[in-house]
Design a binder for this molecule. Structure first.
Ligand SMILES: [Zn+2]
Length: 142
Protein backbone atom coordinates (compact mmCIF):
# COMPACT_ATOMS: atom_id res chain seq x y z
CA UNK A 1 0.00 0.00 0.00
CA UNK A 2 1.17 3.48 -0.77
CA UNK A 3 -0.21 6.73 0.56
CA UNK A 4 -0.31 9.77 -1.65
CA UNK A 5 -1.16 13.29 -0.76
CA UNK A 6 -3.52 14.43 -3.47
CA UNK A 7 -4.68 17.90 -4.27
CA UNK A 8 -7.47 19.22 -6.40
CA UNK A 9 -6.50 21.69 -9.11
CA UNK A 10 -10.05 22.91 -9.18
CA UNK A 11 -10.63 23.88 -5.55
CA UNK A 12 -7.17 23.41 -3.96
CA UNK A 13 -8.54 20.81 -1.55
CA UNK A 14 -5.85 18.46 -0.23
CA UNK A 15 -6.49 14.93 0.96
CA UNK A 16 -4.69 11.63 1.55
CA UNK A 17 -5.50 8.51 -0.38
CA UNK A 18 -4.25 4.94 -0.26
CA UNK A 19 -3.37 2.92 -3.35
CA UNK A 20 -2.21 -0.64 -3.82
CA UNK A 21 0.76 0.70 -5.82
CA UNK A 22 1.86 3.69 -7.86
CA UNK A 23 0.57 1.86 -10.96
CA UNK A 24 -2.82 1.58 -9.31
CA UNK A 25 -2.85 5.35 -8.89
CA UNK A 26 -2.04 5.87 -12.59
CA UNK A 27 -4.70 3.35 -13.59
CA UNK A 28 -7.44 4.95 -11.51
CA UNK A 29 -6.48 8.37 -12.75
CA UNK A 30 -6.58 7.27 -16.38
CA UNK A 31 -9.98 5.69 -15.88
CA UNK A 32 -11.22 8.88 -14.27
CA UNK A 33 -11.95 7.10 -11.03
CA UNK A 34 -10.04 9.62 -8.99
CA UNK A 35 -12.01 12.61 -7.98
CA UNK A 36 -11.80 15.40 -5.45
CA UNK A 37 -13.45 14.52 -2.15
CA UNK A 38 -14.84 18.03 -1.94
CA UNK A 39 -15.93 19.19 -5.39
CA UNK A 40 -15.78 15.88 -7.32
CA UNK A 41 -13.52 17.40 -9.97
CA UNK A 42 -11.28 14.92 -11.81
CA UNK A 43 -8.44 17.42 -11.94
CA UNK A 44 -6.73 15.64 -9.06
CA UNK A 45 -2.95 15.40 -8.90
CA UNK A 46 -0.59 13.85 -6.43
CA UNK A 47 1.75 16.14 -4.59
CA UNK A 48 5.42 15.45 -4.09
CA UNK A 49 5.90 13.51 -0.89
CA UNK A 50 7.49 15.80 1.65
CA UNK A 51 9.96 14.20 4.02
CA UNK A 52 8.73 14.14 7.60
CA UNK A 53 11.62 16.36 8.62
CA UNK A 54 10.17 19.37 6.85
CA UNK A 55 7.08 19.38 9.03
CA UNK A 56 6.40 22.72 10.59
CA UNK A 57 7.84 22.49 14.05
CA UNK A 58 7.64 24.94 16.86
CA UNK A 59 10.82 26.64 18.00
CA UNK A 60 10.84 24.56 21.18
CA UNK A 61 10.95 21.35 19.20
CA UNK A 62 13.78 22.71 17.11
CA UNK A 63 15.83 23.32 20.24
CA UNK A 64 15.21 19.79 21.51
CA UNK A 65 16.09 18.43 18.10
CA UNK A 66 19.33 20.41 18.11
CA UNK A 67 20.29 18.95 21.49
CA UNK A 68 19.49 15.47 20.27
CA UNK A 69 21.42 16.17 17.11
CA UNK A 70 24.51 17.25 19.00
CA UNK A 71 24.28 14.11 21.13
CA UNK A 72 24.15 11.77 18.17
CA UNK A 73 26.61 13.81 16.14
CA UNK A 74 29.60 12.27 17.88
CA UNK A 75 28.21 8.78 17.31
CA UNK A 76 27.69 9.59 13.66
CA UNK A 77 31.23 10.90 13.32
CA UNK A 78 32.61 7.68 14.88
CA UNK A 79 30.42 5.71 12.53
CA UNK A 80 31.67 7.71 9.56
CA UNK A 81 35.25 7.00 10.55
CA UNK A 82 34.49 3.29 10.66
CA UNK A 83 32.88 3.42 7.23
CA UNK A 84 35.74 5.40 5.74
CA UNK A 85 38.25 2.87 7.10
CA UNK A 86 36.35 -0.20 5.96
CA UNK A 87 34.33 0.75 2.92
CA UNK A 88 35.22 1.97 -0.53
CA UNK A 89 34.00 5.45 -1.43
CA UNK A 90 32.34 5.53 -4.83
CA UNK A 91 30.89 9.03 -4.78
CA UNK A 92 27.95 9.58 -7.09
CA UNK A 93 28.46 6.16 -8.70
CA UNK A 94 26.86 4.42 -5.74
CA UNK A 95 23.87 2.94 -7.59
CA UNK A 96 26.13 1.76 -10.43
CA UNK A 97 28.71 0.21 -8.13
CA UNK A 98 26.06 -1.45 -5.96
CA UNK A 99 24.56 -3.08 -9.04
CA UNK A 100 27.93 -4.15 -10.36
CA UNK A 101 28.71 -5.89 -7.05
CA UNK A 102 25.26 -7.45 -6.95
CA UNK A 103 25.23 -8.79 -10.49
CA UNK A 104 28.88 -9.77 -10.73
CA UNK A 105 29.44 -12.51 -8.17
CA UNK A 106 33.14 -12.75 -9.05
CA UNK A 107 33.74 -9.22 -7.90
CA UNK A 108 34.88 -9.12 -4.31
CA UNK A 109 32.11 -7.45 -2.42
CA UNK A 110 33.85 -4.96 -0.25
CA UNK A 111 31.28 -2.62 1.20
CA UNK A 112 30.85 0.63 -0.59
CA UNK A 113 29.48 3.98 0.35
CA UNK A 114 28.59 7.02 -1.65
CA UNK A 115 25.84 9.30 -2.73
CA UNK A 116 22.49 8.06 -3.94
CA UNK A 117 19.10 9.62 -4.32
CA UNK A 118 16.02 8.25 -2.61
CA UNK A 119 14.85 7.03 -6.02
CA UNK A 120 18.13 5.15 -6.51
CA UNK A 121 17.69 3.44 -3.16
CA UNK A 122 14.12 2.51 -3.97
CA UNK A 123 15.18 0.98 -7.29
CA UNK A 124 18.04 -0.91 -5.70
CA UNK A 125 15.70 -2.29 -3.08
CA UNK A 126 13.31 -3.45 -5.78
CA UNK A 127 16.19 -5.30 -7.41
CA UNK A 128 16.97 -7.02 -4.12
CA UNK A 129 20.09 -4.99 -3.42
CA UNK A 130 20.52 -4.06 0.19
CA UNK A 131 21.39 -0.43 0.73
CA UNK A 132 20.99 1.66 3.81
CA UNK A 133 20.66 5.38 4.10
CA UNK A 134 22.64 6.73 7.00
CA UNK A 135 22.98 10.21 8.40
CA UNK A 136 26.12 11.86 7.13
CA UNK A 137 27.80 14.95 8.49
CA UNK A 138 29.76 17.02 6.04
CA UNK A 139 33.25 17.50 7.33
CA UNK A 140 33.20 21.15 6.33
CA UNK A 141 30.28 21.66 8.65
CA UNK A 142 30.92 22.85 12.18
ZN1 LIG B 1 -11.94 19.94 -5.59
Amino acid sequence: MIKYKLFCKNCDFKFDSWFASSNEYERLKKKKLLNCHKCNSFRVEKTIMAPQLINNKSKGDEKINLQKYNKVKKTIIDYQKFIKDNFKYVGDNFAYEARSIHYNSKKKSKGIYGNASKDDLKELKEEGIDAQMIPWIDENEN
